[in-house]
Ligand binder design. Structure first.
Ligand code: ADP
Ligand code: MG
Length: 613
């Protein structure tokens, strides 16, 4: 048999290597920014177009490269950062593989400009798919500019695999923030499609966090600092009351490199034990300075995983340091997380004498005798004041049904719903609230128990979906426009949803920078809740998986909004609200399941009840 093994040509080898280094535009951003840091830059500028698909450019004022180095830098395994295997154990740079530029050049159009301080002129190189198409001498400022255009131009499968510009941009912002947080002493700017997203001067970590995540961070940060033989910890944790539902702001840096470590994450979370609201996550920005010899950052190609020699000790030190900070700043005793404002005294009851509750039970009462419970519906309808609310529990008051009333009410409900083929829901319109969590009513076949929170989620979800699609949300203009501040990057995110939001009834005006003016909000959304709703939206947006899932943006937006706006467990519902809830629910397309696939109601059959006696 003839010999069949061939050496792959360089450009093919580079393309294969690129698959590991460059998953998406954000990978390019990371590599270029890290190269600028390694080159000792004091100012770094990132310019992005169309989520990085069209352009990713990084301009720095670092060391620059000589003409020879500039040309060599695109060769595989060409690096100035290590010379021998031993150097691997004493790394002070981000890069060391000498792979990034070669890989990027294999799958994009790359343009480099670079000049060292000493040289009078610089170098200009153009490479397309590993092929040098131009090299010349040019006048250029000291430092380096690398522009990466048309990423994956020669690998259509990869290019098609990219997500929407918005999603790619989100990944880029994540990488940018990681590098910027790890190096507060370097000034960074970022632009996307011509607008400025970040402008971060040289500063300390606290200011850097505030610049990136907005002024609201100022009051939230608690400093952490601990110096031991194995590790020096510096940075901040967020006060527990500002913990978020999404896992947004969690950053570990070892020796100024962003790393992920589920184990150390656990150490931080455990230091917060007992201080966090359920299902929320603490924010943190922590630098762990360790001896480079005691870590191995080489175990993962994209280098975010890290392996420490002595993880157990690190865990203990970190946990103790965070606990100490939380204690020192008197965070712990001030908290009262159990308090739910929905459980506060209803307005009508304030300043009223407390009365001992009375419940009289009519032993002969049969709830399934035609018409019996319906009478309470009459009581609800007759008046909405609190006295009638008490009647709910006072079965002794039951009188004969008013048939006229029943007629009117069942007309109000959408008839086809109650003639639903799987459950003939002959709703008798009598409702009451159980444990401020369920709305209970009767149907032909038994007792209907509706989870109020989930029901309202479903109602809002379907309404929002419709409103966004046909843009018919009713705007309620605010008397005094409200100005909100968010970090510029979040403003940009909101701006990208402007159309959908206006479909819902948001009238938003975007100025430059960190402010946003709300002129109007969806009808029925209390003014005090506007900021919270937008924050929830941004939080959920950060959890990128929601956007990358199979459902559409409209659906995602509706889900997020219905989650934050639906009435909660613990909220008292007036009889009118209960009736409306039931009617609206059964007017929905899918009344059985909440948008999050949870059961909305159950029917406890007559037999089931009878069996209990
Ligand atoms: P690595 O960073 O692993 O060494 P890269 O492929 O990222 O590999 O870069 C190759 C070499 O090019 C670097 O070692 C460095 O000498 C040079 N280089 C890359 N970017 C810059 C820059 N912005 N400024 C100066 N030199 C750079
Ligand atoms: Mg590099």
């Amino acid at each position: 048999m003839a010999d069949i093994i061939k050496l792959l040509p360089d450009h093919v080898a580079n393309q294969i290597a690129a698959g590991e280094v460059v998953q998406r535009p954000a990978s390019v951003v990371k590599e270029l920014l890290e190269n600028s840091i390694d080159a000792g830059a004091a100012n770094v500028k990132l310019i992005v177009k169309d989520g990085g698909r069209t352009l990713v450019q990084v301009v720095d004022d670092g060391s620059g490269m000589t003409q020879t180095d500039a040309r060599l830098s695109f060769e595989r395994h060409a690096t100035s950062k290590i010379a021998s295997a031993e150097d691997l154990f004493n790394l002070h740079t981000k890069g060391f593989r000498g792979e990034a530029l070669a890989s990027i050049a294999a799958i994009a159009h790359v343009e480099l400009l670079s000049r060292t301080l000493e040289a009078e002129v610089g170098t200009h190189i153009r490479i397309e798919g590993s092929e040098v198409v131009a090299q010349e001498v040019v006048a250029t400022p000291k430092g380096t500019s690398i522009a990466v255009k048309n990423l994956f131009f020669n690998i259509p499968a990869r290019r098609n695999f990219l997500k929407s510009d918005q999603v790619e941009l989100r990944h880029i912002i994540d990488e940018f923030q990681r590098v910027a947080l790890a190096h507060p002493m370097v000034a960074f700017k970022m632009y996307n499609n011509g607008s400025e997203y970040f402008n971060l001067p040289q500063e300390g970590l606290r200011q850097r966090i505030v610049h990136i995540f907005g002024g609201k961070m100022k009051e939230r940060l608690v400093p952490v600092s601990e110096e031991t033989e194995v590790v020096t910890i510096t940075g901040f944790v967020c006060k527990p009351e500002f913990s978020r539902k999404s896992r947004g702001e969690q950053f570990f840096f070892t020796n100024h490199r962003f790393v992920k470590s589920p184990y150390l994450h656990h150490a931080v979370v455990s230091a917060f034990e007992g201080l966090l609201k359920p299902d929320t996550h603490p924010g943190y920005f922590l630098n762990l300075e360790v001896d480079p010899q005691s870590i191995d950052i080489n175990i993962h190609p994209t280098k975010t995983e890290v392996k420490f020699d002595d993880e157990h000790t690190l865990y203990a030190i970190l946990r103790a340091a965070v606990k100490h900070s939380l204690g020192q700043f008197h965070i712990a005793p001030l908290l009262d997380f159990e308090r739910d404002q929905n459980l506060d005294t209803p307005y009508q009851y304030r300043n009223k004498e407390a009365q001992s509750p009375t419940i009289t039970v009519d032993a002969s009462f049969n709830p399934f005798q035609e018409g019996n419970l319906s009478t309470t519906a009459k009581n609800y309808k007759a008046s909405s004041n609190v006295e009638n609310w008490k009647d709910l529990y006072d079965f002794g008051d039951i009188t004969l049904p008013d048939t006229n009333m029943l007629q009117v009410e069942s007309d109000a409900a959408s008839p086809e719903v109650f003639e639903n083929e799987d459950e003939p829901l002959m709703l008798h319109q009598a409702t009451f609230q159980l444990q401020r969590k369920y709305v209970v009513s009767t149907v032909k076949s038994g007792l209907l128990v509706i989870n109020q929170h989930r029901a309202h989620q479903r109602i809002l979800f379907e309404r929002f979906l419709a409103e966004i699609t046909v843009k018919k949300g009713i705007v309620q203009q605010l008397l005094f426009p409200k100005t909100l501040t968010f970090p510029a990057s979040e403003i940009a995110v909101l701006q990208s949803f402007k159309e959908e939001l206006s479909g819902l009834g948001f009238d938003l005006m975007f100025q430059s920078g960190e402010t946003l003016t709300v002129n109007g909000a969806p009808n029925g959304l209390p003014e005090a809740k506007i900021a919270g709703v937008l924050e929830d939206l941004l939080g959920s947006y950060t959890e990128e998986k929601t956007l990358e899932g199979h459902f559409s943006q409209t659906e995602w937006l509706s889900k997020t909004l219905c989650r934050s706006l639906a009435i909660k467990t613990g909220q008292h519902l007036s009889p009118e609200m209960q009736t409306a809830l039931v009617n609206d629910l059964f007017a929905c397309k899918e009344p059985k399941l909440s948008p999050f696939q949870k059961t909305i109601y159950v029917i406890i059959g007559e037999n089931e009840i009878a069996n209990k006696f």
